[in-house]
Design a protein around this ligand. Structure first.
Ligand code: NAG
Ligand code: NAG
Ligand code: NAG
Ligand code: NAG
Ligand code: NAG
Length: 470
């Protein structure tokens, strides 16, 4: 049985097609299924978050409280729903924390322009909270004992402030914290953490530290060594480059390092004496850095594997990095033995003139979204996707497939035999030839919306069973 739902809107055909069975239990597809009823929605979700990755930014906090109506609470100054109290954005600024229901464990207290918390008993009415958001209060000062009553506090978000590492002492002394976001230092005055900062404040439970846009101009990552449980470091939007960031042996980093919007032109130093400095890191994000010069350094050479030591890295994000060429073995298994998901989105000078450009048996998904690549041109080798036997998802939306011949199309995808998800959204495809999809035996999601299709020849999608179409 085949289900094809075709929507024609203003001469542009939006088509969605789902074929194949649900039996593939490859980890990424398993993920797609586990986290969502249907892979189409998941794919949409993945695209929405920008990453072709099941991971959110480590500092992203989903603030949407559970469904239900809020009721006024705290002398009518706040709204409460389940365990969440929202005292943010009140028309009359809230200048103290009123008495709240004892069920409250999460407190939003943002945008009240507090400027300072100068009373040690400021949080006396909410001693049981585990989550506190104090963002956009432009704090310059916090009384030394202000957080002392919050014995259960795990998450503290303090975005947009005028604090320094000295005035942050009361925050850095909250030993129960697992998540700390002190991003957006107004005027960038927070800057580089002093070398001994976490010797002085050993946050033994801290898993995630967010230091986005705080004006860090140089950083020796050894500063994080005392944080034995630290998994994620978010350093977006600082002033770091190849010379000013020094990596260090941090085996505890099992999550991510995010370095987007800095000025790196090279890959990080990840080896020292042949030993990995970051043996357990799973996600590295170097997006929005001018890495184009990578071409000239070791990483792009065939000796890459001698200088990259990231044995656990599964997700590598390199969007908007001005990369110009993916040569054979750039992402080889020797360099990246565990790499599963690679995003090269927005590298709009990219060429893949060689065969096996992405060759790596561990690769399961990659994105070339919005690279403006003309797949008909010689700069794209017809076998550039070869050598990836485990690839299950390829995202090619916003590229140009207009003049790709049936033969080149077949050669491009012929060897990616396990492909389950393929996005060709907005790729200027004008027509589909009868033989184009005959060998896509594992395909579950094919996105062809926002193209110039007017008809689909009979028999194109004869393989498999169409299971769903939205
Ligand atoms: C997929 O599931 C089948 C049946 O549960 C199992 O035998 C097989 O080993 C699984 N394959 C993978 C790659 O997990
Ligand atoms: C808190 O309330 C304000 C004002 O109604 C609203 O804009 C904001 O989104 C709410 N925050 C949360 C986390 O629900
Ligand atoms: C605690 O709540 C009560 C009632 O809302 C309020 O009068 C009092 O000022 C609050 N205490 C502090 C320390 O803010
Ligand atoms: C990280 O990897 C090392 C091996 O390099 C291992 O000994 C250690 O237990 C790992 N640490 C964590 C936190 O997983
Ligand atoms: C499909 O696969 C078969 C068997 O591997 C092969 O003979 C045939 O040429 C392929 N068709 C296309 C269009 O690539």
């Amino acid at each position: 049985m085949e289900v094809l739902r075709v929507l024609v809107a203003v001469g542009v055909l939006h088509l969605c097609l789902v074929v194949g069975s649900d039996q593939d239990n490859d980890s990424l597809l398993a993920f797609l299924h586990r986290n969502n009823e249907d892979p189409v929605t998941t794919e949409r979700m993945l695209r929405k978050t920008g990453h072709v990755s099941p991971f959110q930014d480590p500092c992203y906090v989903d603030v949407a409280p559970p469904a239900g109506d809020d009721v006024p609470c705290g002398e009518g100054l706040c709204r409460c729903r389940h365990t969440v109290a929202n005292c943010s954005f009140r028309t009359a600024k809230v200048s103290y924390v009123p008495k709240l229901p004892s069920s409250v464990t999460e407190l939003f207290f943002t945008h009240n322009t507090l400027l300072s918390i100068d009373r040690d008993d400021f949080f006396q009415n909410v001693t049981d909270i585990e989550f506190l958001d104090l963002s956009f209060n432009y704090l310059t000062y916090v009384s030394p004992g202000a957080f002392r009553h919050l014995k259960k506090l795990k998450t503290l978000i303090l975005i947009a402030h005028y604090m320094t590492y000295d005035t942050l002492a009361p925050v850095l002394s909250i030993t129960t914290l697992t998540f700390l976001d002190i991003s957006y230092s107004v005027t960038g005055r927070l800057g580089t953490p002093p070398d001994d900062l976490f010797h002085r404040y050993p946050l033994v439970h801290l898993e995630t530290i967010c230091l986005r846009y705080v004006g860090i101009s140089h950083l020796n990552m050894a500063v994080f060594r005392p944080l034995g449980r630290l998994r994620n470091v978010q350093l977006t939007g600082n002033l770091l480059n190849d010379e000013t960031l020094h990596t260090d042996f941090l085996p505890q980093l099992t999550g991510s390092i995010v370095l987007t919007e800095n000025s790196f032109t090279q890959f990080l130093e990840t080896c020292r004496g042949g030993v990995s400095l970051l043996p357990n890191l799973t996600w590295l994000d170097l997006s929005t850095n001018p890495l184009k010069a990578l071409l000239k350094n070791h990483w792009m050479s065939s000796f890459a594997y001698t200088s990259i030591c990231l044995p656990g890295l599964k997700y590598l994000s390199l969007w908007d990095t001005y990369l110009t060429e993916v040569e054979k073995d750039t992402f080889s298994q020797k360099a990246f033995p565990s790499l599963e998901i690679l995003s090269l989105r927005g590298n709009n000078m990219l060429t893949m003139a060689g065969q096996f450009a992405f060759q790596n048996p561990s690769l399961q998904a990659f994105s070339l979204q919005s690279c403006g690549i003309d797949f008909a041109a010689d700069i794209v080798h017809a076998e550039c996707f070869a050598g990836c036997p485990n690839m299950v998802a390829i995202f090619l939306q916003n590229n140009d497939f207009r003049d790709v011949t049936e033969d080149k199309f077949n050669r491009l995808f012929r060897q990616v035999t396990r492909l389950g998800v393929l996005s060709l959204t907005s790729t200027r495809i004008g027509d589909i030839k009868a033989g184009m999809f005959t060998n896509f035996t594992s395909l579950q999601v094919l996105r062809l919306n926002v193209n110039r299709l007017t008809e689909i020849p009979d028999g194109v999608f004869s393989t498999g069973t169409a299971s769903e179409c939205k």
